[in-house]
Every structure is written in C-alpha cells, then in structure tokens.
Design a protein around this ligand. Structure first.
Ligand code: PEP
Ligand code: MG
Length: 575
C-alpha cells in the first residue's frame, strides 16, 4: 500500500531506495516468540553475547592499566564486570527465554526493567544511581546480540539503502559517515538537532520528525525521501516513482553544473569578497572540503572525536587529529572549537554527561563543562596548541555568556602555553582565540567579547534555540523554530554590525550560513564570513556571485525595521 508521511526537511535532494530499519539501544529491541525447539539456540546466542562483552571489558581493563589513563576507568570496568557476572543478569534472562519463549533481547530488557525498578526503591542515592551502570551493561549485551542486525546491509545494484530509525543520537549518526547510504529518516528530532546536522553533513537527503515512520515501515519497503519538502513516500506507484526519478536526475544535473563554480572567487557583483568556509565533524570530512575548495574550516566540532568510545582521546590522539586537518588545509584557517559536549551530544567516555540533567540544553554544556573539568580541557588545549604550528589554527570557544568564563578560558589557554614552553614544545604563540555568540546574553552585551577576543562566530542554531526558548531537538516545538523571527534577526544584525565597527572578524557557522535563502539577507547585514557543510558551499557561492552587497544593505535595513513575520519572510524571499 502506498502512503506518505510529512516531517521536517533537513537535507535536500531526492533518494529512492529500500528501507533499512535501525534501532537505538534498548528502545526498540525486537520482541518475538520462539518455537520450543529454538530455545536452546537462543540461550546459546545469549551466552555468546555475554562472552563478547566479557572480552570487551577484558580489553578495556588492559587499557585502563596503561600509564596516563584516568583512574576512574579501572573502577568503572570492575563495576561493569561485576554486574555482568551477577546471576541476576547472566542467568535470569536465560530462565525467561525458556519460561516465556521470548527472544534474548526481549528477555534481557524485561529483566533490566525489573532491576531498575528495584534500584529506584533504594534510599541511598549513591546506590540508586548504580542503576545507570546496569543499563550500560545491558546496552553492551544488546549491542553484542544485535551486532549483526545493526550492521548496515550492502544495497544491491544501483539501489540505495534508506536508514529508518525512531531516534538516533549524534553519536549513532556519526557512525554512518563510514558507510554509503542513500537517505535518512527519523521519527524524532528537530531540524537543527545535532542528529540532523550530521545527517546533513553526510550530504544525503534526510527528513526528521516523521512521528510514525519506524512502526509503519517494513524492512525492504521501497521509499522515496524528498529532502527538500520533508516528505517520505512509502511503496510509491509507478507514476510517482517515474516523476521522482526525473526530478532526481534534474537535481543531479543542477548539482553538477554548480561544480563549475569550484574555483571561482566568491565575490559579489559590486566586488565584495565573501569567505565561504566549511564545518566538519571528523578529520575525514576534509575530503569534501577540498572537493569544493572551501576557504578554510570555520568550525571543527571536536566533540565527535569523543563519541562512541569508552575512554577519552589522549592528548596525542587529539593532536594527531588536529594536526592532520591543519596540514591538509595548507595555511588556510582551521577553526578548532573546544569540546561542546552536553545536551544531545553525550559520550560514554565523559561519565558526567550521562547524568540526567533536569534541563540538558540549559545545563553543564560546552565551556561550562570544560571549566568544570579543567584536566580534560587542558589536555585538549595542549593538543590544539601543539597542532597550531602545522597550519593556521584558531581556537574557538562555545557557549560563552559571562565575562568570567572568557577570563577563565584565557587563563587555561595561558596555562597550557606555559606548560608547553617549559616542556620546550613548539606552538603558534600568536594563535587567535574566538568566542561563539550563541546565547542571547552574549549578543546583547557584546563589548567585553569584542575587547577580549580576536574573532567571533555566531552559532545561529543555539542562538535561535535560546532566544525563542525552544529545544532544538524536540520535534513537538519544531514549528516554532524560526530563523526569521524579528528578535533573532535583530540579535544577528546587532552582533554583525558591532563586530564590523570594532573591526573584529565575525562569521556565522550555524545552519543559517548554509541556507541559500539566507545568503543575501546575511550579506545585507554586513556578514562577510560564512561557515557551512561542505555540500552547501557551491550553492551558497552561486547566490554570492549574483548579489549586490550595497543594494542588499539598504533592503535588509528596511526588513530589520519590520516585526510582522509574514512580511519579513515575503521580503527575504524576494531579496
Ligand atoms: C550553533 O549553535 O549554531 C553551532 C554552530 O554549534 P552547534 O550546532 O554545534 O551547537
Ligand atoms: Mg551551538
């Protein structure tokens, strides 16, 4: 039966392919009833998963004994090994498989729920919190059980796989970078959630916030993802399929025409130079950055180096990653943002971030986390400084709101430099330090930022989230996420203009910078530096070379005086 679902368009283009259902941890384990004769095999499968996890923990124990690894690691490995051996987890699920004839994943989750409920009854808060360890061990076993299923199949012929998931964390999504997939759809997620951002950086069509895609779609269903309109069509009829195939080849033709702009200068009709830089998550993204000849890296989201691993990346490992990017960019600017962990970006390696904060987006995130964990911060600063002698590295600090945060950060940078000087390790003494303007408080009281920092980068994703008080990951309020809200435009314009007056370089590195509808608006506000997904650079350049900066400034000046959303949108579309 053919039907369509509507969600949020997060990455344009059209993908046609077969559904591949992907589950996230415990939420979506398969539930099925076994035949009597299959029970022994299911018990054996469970035992094998236990053995796999045991081996994983053994390897981790070895790592934890290595010099320099954090002391908490070995304690945490011991706790997990103990939980794994406990008959409540190692034996009871086997009994459930036999008694209830349920599959191993289902039996394990039932037992986990039972144990978590018992932990919740405990008065002692320390012991009560151990339930998180139980959940983590269960997730490990589930991963081992589902290992084969979770792996993406290879699509046959020229058919692509479309990943269908209820919800995926940014850490899940980043793993798709090493795989070739045709499209991406999820039930949850806002348009600028980090999951959506990573999907976009894969340069494949994606739709999020579909609500019911995962339960309604079956493995191997034929799907069309219309990433521009935010539509998913399931089992299309021949006519619709034909239309979309045509549209898809037209889009591919348009894209290939854009390639001609690769080596063209990004200059407006009236001669204003615009710097179009790229955002990356991992060093491997440099390949796409070079393909479009971006003017530099305007944002390296380093937190992705910390995901999908049990231990922190060491100073050396980080140094190698930063150095490889600095060298590859051969003297073009490489803006390395310090760890922006917290909210939807979590890492098993940073145990504090797993704590369920009452309001994660307003909690211990980004620079707040780094200042609370000076050792982790210092390690990263040292790695970035060491890489700075291999190119034009700049340091960018996320989520600043208070002057004292800037001062403490500058102190930490000073300390890292001092340590390296004593150790006679070389680094760029003149490394520039910039701050992200993504909290309205920073945009509204900008002078101290201009005084203390070398450059600014406006993170519109968070600036919009915090100005409009809507969680960017929550699809229930996604319709309220509006980059053209007059309050957002005022904050943006004020920040750009104040920085220009102070001759402090300012960029926009949020998703607005890569949205072609916003290019003329931002140029009209006086913006001269944009940073976006590499896949957007040529399309934005196409709009830059047809723009007239002086005329746009006049028109945008008029738009900024308006407060009627419909009128603003109409004028922005006509710019
Ligand atoms: C932003 O907030 O706009 C930004 C670029 O940072 P991130 O999306 O990583 O929060
Ligand atoms: Mg941000």
């Amino acid at each position: 039966m053919t039907f369509s679902l509507h969600g949020l368009a997060v990455s344009s283009g059209i993908a046609i392919g077969r559904a591949h259902l992907v589950s996230h941890a415990t939420l979506e384990v398969a539930h099925y009833q076994l035949r009597e004769r299959d029970i022994p095999r299911e018990v054996e499968r469970f035992e094998q998963a236990l053995a796999t996890v045991k081996a994983e923990l053994g390897a981790l124990r070895k790592d934890s004994a290595a010099p320099g690894s954090p002391s908490e690691l070995s304690a945490f490995v011991d706790i997990h090994a103990m939980i794994l051996d406990d008959p409540l987890l190692a034996e009871v699920p086997k009994e459930l498989i036999g008694a209830r004839r349920c599959n191993a994943e289902w039996a394990l989750v039932q037992q986990m729920e039972e144990l978590v409920a018992q932990f919740d009854e405990i008065d002692d808060s320390y012991l009560r919190e151990r339930k998180h360890d139980v959940v983590q061990v269960v997730e490990r076993i589930l991963k081992a059980l589902m290992g084969k299923q979770r792996k993406l199949r290879r699509a046959g012929g020229d058919e692509h796989l479309i990943v269908v998931a209820h919800d995926l964390s940014p850490a899940d999504t980043i793993q798709f970078k090493s795989l070739k997939i045709g499209g991406f759809v999820t039930d949850l997620g806002g348009a600028t959630s980090h999951t959506a951002i990573v999907a976009r950086s894969l340069a494949i069509p994606a739709v999020v916030g579909l609500h019911h895609a995962r339960p309604l779609i079956h493995e191997d269903d034929l799907l069309i993802v219309d990433g521009a309109r935010g539509v998913l069509i399931v089992e299309p009829d021949a006519r619709v399929l034909q239309e979309y195939r045509l549209r898809k080849s037209e889009l591919e033709l348009e894209r290939s025409k854009l390639k001609r702009l690769k080596s063209a200068r990004a200059v407006t009709l009236d001669g204003v130079e615009i710097s179009l830089q790229a955002n990356i998550e991992l060093p491997q993204d440099i390949v796409q950055v070079k393909e479009v000849e971006a003017a530099g890296i305007g944002l390296f989201r380093t937190e992705y180096l910390f995901m999908n691993r049990e231990t922190l990346p060491s100073e050396n490992e980080q140094f190698e990653a930063y150095r490889s990017v600095a060298k590859a960019m051969a003297g073009k600017p490489v803006t390395i943002r310090t760890l922006d962990i917290g909210a939807d970006k979590t890492s098993q390696a940073l145990r504090g971030t797993e704590r369920q904060a009452p309001n994660p987006a307003l909690g211990l995130r980004a620079i707040r986390y780094c200042l609370a964990e000076p050792q982790i911060f210092l390690t990263q600063l040292r790695a970035i400084l060491r890489a700075s002698q291999y190119g034009k590295v700049r340091l960018l600090v996320p989520m600043l709101a208070h002057v004292k945060e800037i001062e403490q950060t500058l102190m930490m940078i000073w300390l890292a430099k001092e340590q390296l000087r004593v150790e006679k390790v070389k680094f760029d003494e003149g490394i520039e330090v910039g701050g992200m303007i993504e909290i309205p408080a920073a945009a509204l009281a900008l002078t101290p930022f201009l005084k203390r920092l070398h450059f600014l980068s406006i993170g519109t994703n968070d600036l919009i989230q915090y100005t409009l008080a809507i969680d960017r990951t929550d699809e229930a309020v996604a319709h309220l996420y509006d980059p053209l809200h007059p309050a957002v435009l005022k904050l943006l314009a004020q920040t750009i203009q104040a920085a220009n007056r102070a001759e402090t370089p300012v960029a926009v590195c949020g998703e607005m910078a890569g949205d072609p509808l916003m290019t003329r608006l931002l140029i009209g506000m006086g913006l001269r530096q944009f940073s976006m997904h590499p896949s957007q650079v040529l399309e934005v350049k196409h709009h830059v070379v047809m723009a007239d900066a002086e005329q746009l400034a006049l028109k945008v000046g008029r738009i900024l005086r308006l407060e009627e959303p419909d009128k603003i949108r109409e004028l922005v579309e006509r710019l």
